[in-house]
Design a protein around this ligand. Structure first.
Ligand SMILES: Nc1ncnc2c1ncn2[C@@H]1O[C@H](COP(=O)(O)OP(=O)(O)OP(=O)(O)O)[C@@H](O)[C@H]1O
Ligand SMILES: [Mg+2]
Length: 228
């Protein structure tokens, strides 16, 4: 049998605030198979963003605090260059609060991942960003700044950016958290379309109804994951 696309094994993450230790993840084990749409459900502060950042290679677990496996191999065993490639090509990240760069246009924001080490390069990224933004109904906004966009348009731009390098898996952090119900529904439709096109998705949310859109969901409670 083939390996899961992504797997976490007994993942632990503790934040340190001065001398106070705040354990957030206390042994999180889960997997997502290629082509699957998985939701991680958890209340505010349960550690959903923390978990997703670790899975995206944006932060590291505690020393000795478990591991993240991609196609069966641990991220901890990879060189800096291999990790750049993982962050650029394997995962696409949709942040909880958009994180669009205010001085760049919609098109420039969306093509940005193509320019980082391991990315697809400027020419390909521009082409792909343009195509994705068109598909997401933003053809007429390409040269606008993020502040000139609605919340839904900002999130569409952020999703186009996450897909600019044609990743294997989309890691989406509360992608509808800042949107009204209808706009949030449209964003979920767009994510579901990408999933139907073959993309693997891990989406974190505090909302059961949103988690119900996934193939399967797990719940983050007291620093551990359990089937929901
Ligand atoms: N950089 C940090 N330093 C210290 N504590 C942190 C840091 N990031 C997160 N925390 C703490 O870790 C816990 C989990 O935070 P996290 O952002 O992962 O939760 P979440 O489930 O994503 O919450 P929300 O639904 O509100 O987005 C919280 O108690 C938070 O205060
Ligand atoms: Mg969060």
């Amino acid at each position: 049998m083939s390996n899961p696309l992504l797997q976490t094994h007994e993942l632990c993450k503790t934040y340190r605030l001065g001398r106070v230790e705040v354990p957030v993840l206390k042994g999180c084990s889960m997997h997502v198979n290629s082509g699957e749409f998985l939701a991680v459900l958890g209340s505010s502060g349960s550690g959903k963003s923390t978990l997703l950042h670790l899975m995206g290679g944006l932060d590291r677990p505690d020393v000795g605090g478990g591991e993240i496996l991609h196609d069966g191999s641990s991220l901890a065993s990879r060189s800096a260059r291999q990790l750049d490639r993982y962050r650029a090509r394997t995962v696409g990240f949709v942040f909880q609060f958009y994180h669009l760069l205010p001085e760049l246009s919609v098109l420039e924001n969306a093509m940005l991942p193509g320019l980082v080490p391991g990315g697809v390069g400027a020419v390909e990224a521009r082409k792909r960003a343009h195509e994705l933004l068109g598909r997401f109904g933003l053809e007429h906004r390409l040269h606008h700044r993020p502040r000139e966009l609605s919340g839904g348009e900002r999130q569409r731009t952020a999703i186009a950016r996450a897909l600019a390098n044609n990743p294997d898996v989309l890691l989406a952090d509360e992608p509808t958290g800042n949107l009204d119900v209808q706009t949030g529904g449209e964003i979920l439709d767009l994510i579901q379309e990408a999933h139907q096109g073959g993309l693997t998705i891990v989406m974190v949310t505090h909302d059961q109804r949103i988690a119900d859109r996934a193939d399967r969901s797990v719940q983050l409670i007291d620093g551990r994951l359990q089937p929901s």
